[in-house]
Design a protein around this ligand. Structure first.
Ligand SMILES: *[C@@H]1O[C@H](CO)[C@@H](O)[C@H](O)[C@H]1NC(C)=O
Ligand SMILES: *[C@@H]1O[C@H](CO)[C@@H](O)[C@H](O)[C@H]1NC(C)=O
Ligand SMILES: *[C@@H]1O[C@H](CO)[C@@H](O)[C@H](O)[C@H]1NC(C)=O
Ligand SMILES: *[C@@H]1O[C@H](CO)[C@@H](O)[C@H](O)[C@H]1NC(C)=O
Ligand SMILES: *[C@@H]1O[C@H](CO)[C@@H](O)[C@H](O)[C@H]1NC(C)=O
Ligand SMILES: *[C@@H]1O[C@H](CO)[C@@H](O)[C@H](O)[C@H]1NC(C)=O
Ligand SMILES: *[C@@H]1O[C@H](CO)[C@@H](O)[C@H](O)[C@H]1NC(C)=O
Ligand SMILES: *[C@@H]1O[C@H](CO)[C@@H](O)[C@H](O)[C@H]1NC(C)=O
Ligand SMILES: *[C@@H]1O[C@H](CO)[C@@H](O)[C@H](O)[C@H]1NC(C)=O
Ligand SMILES: *[C@@H]1O[C@H](CO)[C@@H](O)[C@H](O)[C@H]1NC(C)=O
Length: 359
C-alpha cells in the first residue's frame, strides 16, 4: 500500500501550486433557494493551443454558437479556429444553487483517461477553475488516488444566481490578471469596489490575488420572461447575445437599447431539426422583435416571453424611449411587469418532437 505515502505528498504539492486549494466550497455564494438555476459565464485560460471545437466538447457547451455568442464572436467563425495557450475565452454554462453556494449544474462532465489524476484534471485540464478536493467532494470520491479510467467526473465551476443590490445580474467568474486592482475591475464592469469585496468575501482590496477567479456581477438586460419558461431567468449581459428556445430565438442586450432585451427569430436551423413555432404576438400582425412607434416617447414591441414544450411565448410591451421618463414608464422589468398582457402562441407542428426539445 503506497497510497498513504503518495497522498500526503499530493496535498502538500497542491497547496503550494493550486491557487484555490484552500477553498473547500467550490461555488460563489448563492443564497437563492436550493435548486435555483440560471445561466452563467467563466473565464478559461487555455492550457494548450486548441480549437473552438475542442473547447466546446471539453465544457459540453450545447453548440459552437453558444460559445461564439458568449465571446461576441461572429457567428460565421469556424469551429476549427485555433486559439493559443494562455489566451482566455468566456465559457457559458448552467449554474445551480445548492446549499448556499452556486456550482455548474452537472456540467461539464469529464471522463477520466489513462494516467489522469485529480490534481492534473483540476489544475491543468481546467486551468485551476476548480481545485481537486472540490472535484473530489462533489463526486463523493473518498480516496483521491482511486479514480478509474472511464469514470465520469462532474467539474463544479463556481457561479451564482443571486440578485445584486436588488437587480438580476449575470455572475461572471473573472480571471484576475497580474496588475489588476479591485477598483480597476469595478470600473471596467461598472460596479463598485464594495460590491466586489462583499460578493467575494474579501476583507480588503489587498486580498485580490492574480490567477484566481472572482465573482463579478454583470448588468443584464430587462426581460419579460414568464417564470415558468424553460430558460428563466434569461440573463444576457451588456453587449452580448444568446440563442435560446432551441435556437429558434436570438436575443441581444445593448445599453444603447435602454437595457431592454431585444429578441428576434434566429433564422437558423432549429436544434434537433424541425420547424420553429410561430412567434407572432397574438391578435396582431407583429412578429417577435417587431416594434412600432406609438408616440414620440413610446414604442410597442413584440417581446420574447420564454418558451415551453412546443410553444414560444410572446408579449406586446410598451417602452418609453425618451430619457427622463417623459413617456410611458411601463417598460418590462424582471418577471412580468404590471399592466402587461401575456399571449401565447401554440405551435401547430412537430408535436412528436416535444420531449426532445429541452434547452
Ligand atoms: C495563435 O498564434 C499564432 C502564431 O503566433 C497566430 O498566428 C494566431 O493568430 C494566434 N491565434 C489567435 C486566435 O490569436
Ligand atoms: C450542506 O451544508 C451542510 C452544512 O454545511 C452540510 O452538512 C451538508 O452536507 C451539505 N449538503 C450538501 C448536499 O452538500
Ligand atoms: C494539454 O497538453 C498536455 C500535454 O500534451 C496534456 O497533458 C493535457 O491534457 C492537455 N490539456 C488539454 C486541456 O487538452
Ligand atoms: C458518498 O459515499 C459514501 C461512501 O461510499 C456513502 O456512504 C454516501 O452515501 C455517499 N454520498 C452520496 C451523496 O452519494
Ligand atoms: C454605470 O452604472 C451607473 C449606475 O447604475 C450608471 O448611472 C452609469 O450610467 C453606468 N455607466 C455606464 C458607462 O454605463
Ligand atoms: C410565477 O409567476 C406567477 C404569476 O405571475 C406567480 O403567481 C408565481 O408565484 C410565480 N412563481 C414563482 C416561483 O416565482
Ligand atoms: C456596455 O458595453 C459598451 C460597449 O462595450 C460599453 O461602452 C459600456 O461601458 C458598457 N456598459 C456597462 C454598464 O457595462
Ligand atoms: C418583423 O419581424 C420579422 C422577423 O424578424 C421581419 O422579417 C420583419 O421585417 C419585421 N417587420 C417590421 C415591420 O419590422
Ligand atoms: C412539457 O411536457 C412534459 C412531458 O411531455 C410535461 O410533463 C410537462 O408538464 C410539459 N410542460 C408544460 C409547461 O406544458
Ligand atoms: C401611455 O400608455 C397608455 C396606455 O397604454 C396610452 O393610452 C398613452 O397614450 C401612453 N402615453 C404616452 C405618452 O405614450
Amino acid at each position: 500500500m503506497k497510497f498513504p505515502l503518495i497522498f500526503p505528498t499530493l496535498i502538500i504539492l497542491s497547496s503550494i501550486f493550486s491557487p484555490q486549494s484552500t477553498a473547500q466550497d467550490p461555488g460563489f455564494r448563492c443564497t437563492n433557494p436550493t435548486s435555483t438555476t440560471c445561466n452563467s459565464l467563466i473565464d478559461y485560460k487555455l492550457p494548450n493551443t486548441t480549437t473552438l471545437s475542442a473547447i466546446t466538447t471539453l465544457f459540453q457547451i450545447r453548440n459552437l454558437r453558444s460559445l461564439l455568442a458568449a465571446n461576441n464572436l461572429p457567428i460565421t467563425t469556424s469551429k476549427d479556429t485555433v486559439y493559443n495557450a494562455t489566451q482566455t475565452l468566456k465559457i457559458p454554462f448552467p449554474c445551480l444553487c445548492r446549499n448556499g453556494t452556486g456550482i455548474s449544474n452537472h456540467r461539464p462532465i469529464y471522463t477520466v483517461v489513462p494516467d489522469d489524476g485529480l490534481y492534473h484534471i483540476a489544475a491543468e485540464v481546467f486551468s485551476s477553475l476548480v481545485s481537486y478536493p472540490q472535484i473530489q467532494k462533489v463526486n463523493n470520491i473518498s480516496d483521491a488516488d482511486t479514480i478509474l479510467v472511464g469514470q465520469e467526473l462532474w467539474i463544479p465551476l463556481p457561479c451564482s444566481c443571486d440578485d445584486v443590490d436588488g437587480e438580476a445580474v449575470m455572475h461572471y467568474g473573472y480571471l484576475v490578471a497580474a496588475g489588476n486592482s479591485v477598483g480597476g475591475i469595478a470600473m471596467e464592469f461598472n460596479t463598485t469596489e464594495s460590491t466586489l469585496l462583499d460578493l467575494n468575501g474579501m476583507g480588503s482590496a489587498a486580498d485580490l490575488k492574480a490567477d484566481t477567479i472572482i465573482d463579478v456581477p454583470l448588468k443584464v438586460c430587462k426581460t419579460s420572461l414568464r417564470n415558468d419558461s424553460m430558460d428563466y431567468p434569461l440573463l444576457v449581459p451588456n453587449n452580448t447575445y444568446i440563442f435560446t428556445a432551441n435556437n429558434c430565438v436570438r436575443c441581444e442586450c445593448s445599453a444603447a437599447n435602454n437595457w431592454i432585451l431585444n429578441c428576434e427569430p434566429a433564422g437558423i436551423q432549429k436544434r434537433n431539426g424541425g420547424t420553429c413555432p410561430s412567434m407572432q404576438c397574438a391578435g396582431t400582425s407583429f412578429d417577435l422583435g417587431n416594434t412600432t412607434s406609438d408616440s414620440p416617447c413610446s414604442l410597442s414591441r413584440c417581446a420574447y416571453g420564454g418558451y415551453g414544450n412546443n410553444t414560444i411565448y410572446t408579449e406586446l410591451t410598451q417602452e418609453s424611449t425618451c430619457p427622463g421618463g417623459s413617456g410611458n414608464n411601463s417598460s418590462p422589468s424582471g418577471n412580468g411587469a404590471k399592466g402587461l398582457r401575456w399571449s401565447f402562441v401554440l405551435a401547430a407542428s412537430f408535436i412528436g418532437l416535444l420531449h426532445l426539445l429541452r434547452l
